[in-house]
Design a protein around this ligand. Structure first.
Ligand code: GDP
Ligand code: IMO
Ligand code: MG
Length: 421
């Protein structure tokens, strides 16, 4: 096990929660290192389904320390709701550590997220409206409020006051309600009474754990196509979801990482706006959406659906140093007749095998497909050898084109429906 990163290799919702939960049986620590409660990670076991937003996917295992590290943006109000949900489901003995350096999503960040989207009207990004972008803006502008500030209440009011001078000006100019320092301060004092005991120095904790040889799982949120630098900018999130960001977001050495597990859905989905070359608008899309329950965990929006895109996977796996693929939702392709995989694009009459940085060019890219024979995945499939020749051909093609082996195959949402290849 050692130090393992789980990253989404497409546009999010690849099944990171399921695979993290599966791998977590051997972990001492599960750590989120970027993003926030824009994530919706689904975990199914003992016939029940749980949807996590900010909490790491090791939260159901009382032997695991769940860390929310420096690079995360955390909505403390929502975290308390999420903790209460977990407790109400009977999980009281969880272990949680919140980095004192992670930035807090404030109520005005949600207001601004909505307002920026409204201003863009038909050019909107389609954000989750959880205040993610506005919180990262304040972090970069060096006026953010950090979790550690909840432990220094004597200084918090002054910090809030400084921040609100700028934020209230902006809110007012957008015709939004402004915030009163005392009112917000009092709310944060209540928050600190609940969350204060979880806040500590997570860098220190993680580096000591690495020295002791602990098994650590870093759980990415979103997917590399939503990365602020690598994705379809500006139709991206405001953080970096790949293994490349783990050292920064968690404060560890890049040399500490032993394995990078790229979670790849057997087809492609996307929520929100932006280009998506292999997107389908036909009956096959409907069939996949229904079979795969492709509706957003956070916003319940129907996910856009398309064929598997190997141009994307090849680039993303190469760049993030993926050492294995976990191929998920493979069962959803069972019985799909018109099966194709994109291996190149055609751009203005030329074949290309890269992702153009220009959105105009990317929007003009037409997928070039290889056809695959339809296959069936039986419910009682227990091993790779049980798969049909046609199903194995689909897997082999992904391995051949990306140069990375599929070592985990997921054929159902439940923990049990996981094959090790
Ligand atoms: P995440 O954001 O990457 O954790 O993924 P989500 O939880 O948002 O979306 C993945 C969805 O697929 C969830 O509803 C999972 O329960 C479900 N899921 C995960 N793996 C499989 C699988 O192999 N087969 C099927 N049918 N569903 C899966
Ligand atoms: P998980 O971790 C899928 C998308 C939004 C929008 C863009 C920016 O469950 O895979 P944001 O609210 O982050 O500013 O929105 O990013 N997005 C996701 N799409 N899965 C996610 O998380 C996502 N988190 C953000 O739909 O297009
Ligand atoms: Mg999700």
């Amino acid at each position: 096990m050692a130090v393992v990163v789980v990253e989404g290799a497409q546009w999010g919702d690849e099944g990171k929660g399921k695979i993290t939960d599966y791998l977590a049986s051997k972990a001492d620590i599960v750590c989120r290192f970027q993003g926030g409660n824009n994530a919706g990670h689904t975990i199914c076991f003992n016939g029940k389904k749980y949807a996590l937003r900010s909490l790491p996917s090791g939260i159901f295992n009382e032997n695991i320390v769940n860390v929310i590290a420096d690079g995360v943006v955390l909505n403390p109000f929502m975290l308390i709701d999420e903790i209460n949900e977990i407790r109400n489901s009977g999980f009281n003995n969880f272990k949680l550590l919140i980095s004192n350096r992670c930035h807090l999503i404030m109520p005005y960040h949600l207001d601004l997220d909505g307002a920026y989207e409204n201003l863009l009207s038909d050019k909107k990004i389609g954000t989750t409206k959880k205040g993610i972008g506005p919180c990262y803006i304040d972090k970069a502008a060096r006026r953010g409020i950090r979790a550690g500030d909840l432990l220094e209440l004597d200084f918090l009011k002054e910090k809030l006051n400084d921040t609100l001078i700028v934020k209230n000006l902006e809110l007012k100019s957008l015709g939004l309600k402004t915030y009163d320092v005392d009112e917000l301060y009092n709310k944060l004092v209540e928050i600190s009474k609940v969350l204060g005991k979880y806040i500590a120095d997570s860098q220190y904790f993680l580096n000591n754990a690495i020295k002791k040889g602990k098994n650590i799982l870093f759980e990415g949120a979103q997917g590399i196509m939503l990365d602020i630098d690598r994705g379809t900018y500006p139709y991206v999130t405001s953080s970096s979801p790949s293994s490349n960001y783990v050292p920064q977001g968690a404060g560890i050495s890049p040399k500490a990482i032993d394995e990078v597990v790229a979670i790849c859905k057997a087809y492609t989905t996307r929520v929100g706006e932006g280009p998506f070359p292999t997107e389908l608008f036909n009956d096959t899309a409907e069939l996949i959406r229904e079979k795969g329950h492709e509706y957003g965990t956070v916003t319940h929006r129907p996910r856009r659906v398309g064929y598997l895109d190997l141009v994307i996977l090849k680039r993303n796996l190469e760049m993030s140093g993926a050492t294995m693929i976990a191929l998920t939702l493979f069962d959803v392709l069972s019985g799909i007749d018109d099966l194709k995989v994109c291996y190149k694009y055609e751009l203005d009459g030329k074949e290309i095998d890269y992702i153009p940085a220009s959105l105009n060019e990317y929007s003009r890219c037409k997928p070039i497909y290889k056809n695959f024979k339809s296959f069936t995945i039986e419910q009682d499939t227990k091993s790779y050898n049980d798969l049909s020749k046609e199903a194995k051909e689909y897997i082999s093609y992904i391995e051949e084109m990306t140069g990375v082996k599929v070592k985990i195959l997921s054929i159902g949402s439940d923990r049990e429906k996981t094959l090790i290849l």
